[in-house]
Design a protein around this ligand. Structure first.
Ligand code: HXC
Length: 261
């Protein structure tokens, strides 16, 4: 249960929204195995809870997460890493069907940047510092940094970041499409992310989950197959009450009351 978590905090700032806060301040939210197991559990719990529509994931002012836990990794050898499928469980988060909005302040480095990129929307405060500094540790990104970053930023900038380990400011991240937007100074990135979650919560949730599935298909499939997935999902939504309600409400010039059926 949530009271047993040692490395994260779970709360509900608004109806239908689960807020997960990474909470290992002494290590700048370095992502050790226990933290990630707790994060997976909390996200899965929210995904299975019919009262939850969207998840917000955040860290602290100083760090969203400063990476995988270097001290935990230091003495690992290949056979242990391979046999235990080290970091394999990180991808569980990408199986969550409800939208996850990352609210990033401070360092989002290495595995921290990769974690943010596993989310569906990234909002950042002006203090955010993204990067893949693994090259400085004698390794490379291991949880999507070479793949998701490249899809977001293109080859040249991703190569520069991954090969030099330099950071990417919030402004640069916004300019190059890694994040959806920077919350201006004085604003509250978590509150802003919760607002987005609340907005999403007002829609029909079958359509929301189908939309997430369709957008994600674009990262995995060739265009023709992606378009087929999109069209099938679109057609399938005509079997929902929410489609009749949404289009009916438009025609009758009233607000829709979605029931997620
Ligand atoms: C373990 C970490 C850590 C990490 C910080 N800490 N990052 N511990 N793993 N990734 C710990 C520090 O050891 C220190 O502990 C405390 O957090 C505070 O950090 P400082 O370095 O004192 O803070 P500061 O001077 O403000 O510098 C912040 C920083 C720096 C620039 C973010 O901490 C840093 O460079 N961290 C490592 C970033 C990194 O290389 N990330 C990639 C990791 S590899 P003590 O006990 O000394 O107080 C990775 C691989 C992913 O993520 C592959 C697949 C998942």
């Amino acid at each position: 249960s949530s009271s047993n978590y040692k490395n994260i905090l779970v709360s509900s700032p608004e109806k239908g929204v689960t807020l997960i806060t990474l909470n290992r301040p002494k290590a700048l939210n370095a992502l050790n195995s226990e933290l990630f197991t707790e994060l997976n559990h909390a996200a899965k719990t929210a995904d299975e809870d019919a009262g939850v529509n969207a998840i917000v994931l955040t860290g602290s002012e100083k760090a969203f997460a400063a990476g995988a836990d270097i001290k935990e990794m230091l003495s690992k050898d290949f056979s242990t890493a391979y046999k235990s499928n080290f970091l394999g469980h990180w991808t569980e988060l990408t199986q969550v069907r409800k939208p996850i909005i990352a609210a990033v302040s401070g360092h989002a480095l290495g595995g921290g940047c990769e974690l943010a990129m596993m989310c569906d929307v990234i909002l950042a405060s002006s203090t955010a510092n993204f990067g893949q500094p693994e090259i400085n540790l004698g390794v490379i990104p291991g949880a999507g940094g070479s793949q998701r970053l490249t899809k977001a930023l293109g080859k040249s900038l991703s190569m520069e970041l991954v090969l030099t380990g330099r950071g990417l400011s919030a402004a640069e991240a916004e300019k190059h499409g890694l994040i959806s937007r920077v919350v201006p100074e004085g604003g509250d990135v978590v509150a802003e992310a919760v607002k987005v979650a609340v907005q999403i919560g007002k829609k029909g949730q079958i359509a929301v989950q189908a939309a997430k599935e369709a957008v994600n298909a674009s990262f995995e499939l060739p265009l023709a197959e992606g378009l087929r997935v999109e069209r099938r999902l679109f057609q399938a939504l005509f079997a929902t009450k929410d489609q009749k309600e949404g289009m009916g409400a438009f025609a009758e010039k009233r607000k829709p009351a979605f029931t997620n059926e």
